[in-house]
Ligand binder design. Structure first.
Ligand SMILES: Nc1ncnc2c1ncn2[C@@H]1O[C@H](COP(=O)(O)OP(=O)(O)OP(=O)(O)O)[C@@H](O)[C@H]1O
Ligand SMILES: [Mg+2]
Length: 297
């Protein structure tokens, strides 16, 4: 069954990224905890912002690690992603700037813990964030190139909202045997979402993280991941690097905290790959596709 699930995403590569009318929306997801989702969402966002793309990071995790890691004091904010999902507040009102010029964030707070129950009985509950994003892109002056969603370590209704809103998925995976096991559940969920809720959803890439190149087992698992997922695995591998954890504590991206570190090198290389993979979409967007989407509605 796993083979069949995988093929859904590996076929039809020529159909990838043809839509061209929208920002690239990437959900960083894996229900496995601690595999580097937030570190990736934060530093990929920062790397793209440093390349002068306009980037919005959306925190979809009640732990609020992405918000805290980029210096947002979540105790002092009046609106968060909870308000967008539960109270129908426009995304635009929730967005705040970060210390990086081209990076904004829609922060989360612990209130998001309760959101899942509050929307459980609503009609269209899986598409609340998607609608909020469409409204923002079509109506607001905020013209983002990339929107990065940091999902929680659970395939709950809030993560599903992220996957329905996204046009692509980036899956960080720790080079560890049990990580591969967990991928079955993730891919099964992605398949259902693609079949029923978001036909456009694509796998942008699988990203090996927390990679310790001194261990033979991790080397073997990395080879297995590459054999299995082939060109869906990013060429970039994120190495184990303590400065990535330290940067979060200092509320800075790795590029500001330790620009010469392995972490900075690896996340810069990831950003380049992401830009290359999504280049056709950006090109069309720069040619005025945003106006076209407005006219067609
Ligand atoms: N490449 C790395 N090298 C060293 N430490 C890392 C690396 N990537 C992430 N970490 C650290 O590992 C821990 C987990 O990372 P992170 O918070 O990004 O994972 P996560 O998948 O978002 O976790 P959760 O599932 O709880 O949301 C953090 O302390 C982070 O600083
Ligand atoms: Mg996280």
């Amino acid at each position: 069954m796993f083979e069949e699930i995988k093929n859904i995403f590996i076929q039809n590569d020529s159909q990838r990224y043809k839509r061209g009318q929208f920002p690239v929306i990437i959900a960083v997801t894996n229900q496995k905890g601690g595999c580097g989702k937030t570190t990736t969402a934060l530093n990929l966002s920062a790397a793209l912002a440093r390349q002068e793309f306009k980037v919005l990071l959306i925190d979809l995790d009640a732990q609020a690690h992405a918000s805290l890691g980029i210096g947002i004091g979540v105790d002092n904010i009046s609106c968060s992603t909870y308000d967008v999902i539960v109270k129908n507040i426009e995304l635009e009102y929730v967005i705040v700037p970060t210390y990086l010029e081209n990076l904004d964030i829609a922060p989360a707070t612990s209130a998001l813990n309760g959101a899942q129950l509050e929307i459980a009985d609503l009609l269209g509950r899986e598409g609340i964030l998607r609608t909020a994003l469409y409204k923002m892109v079509n109506n607001s002056k905020k013209n983002y190139d990339y929107i990065i969603l940091d999902c929680s370590p659970s395939l709950n209704l809030i993560s599903i909202n992220g996957l329905v809103a996204a046009n692509s998925v980036l899956v960080p995976i720790q080079a560890h045997y049990f990580s591969l096991e967990g991928m079955k559940d993730l891919f099964a969920t992605l398949r259902v979402i693609k079949d029923r809720l978001n036909l456009d959803l694509q796998i942008l890439g699988i990203l090996p993280t927390l990679f310790d190149n001194r261990g033979k087992v991790t080397q073997d698992i990395l080879s297995q991941i590459r054999d299995y997922f082939q060109d869906k695995v990013f060429k970039t591998v994120i190495r184990l690097d303590a400065s990535l954890s330290e940067a979060v504590a200092f509320k800075r991206s790795i590029f500001d905290y330790a620009p010469d570190s392995d972490g900075a090198t690896d996340y810069f290389s990831l950003a380049l790959e992401v830009v290359l993979l999504t280049a056709s979409e950006k090109k069309v967007k720069r040619n005025g596709a945003r106006e076209k989407i407005c006219q067609s509605q």
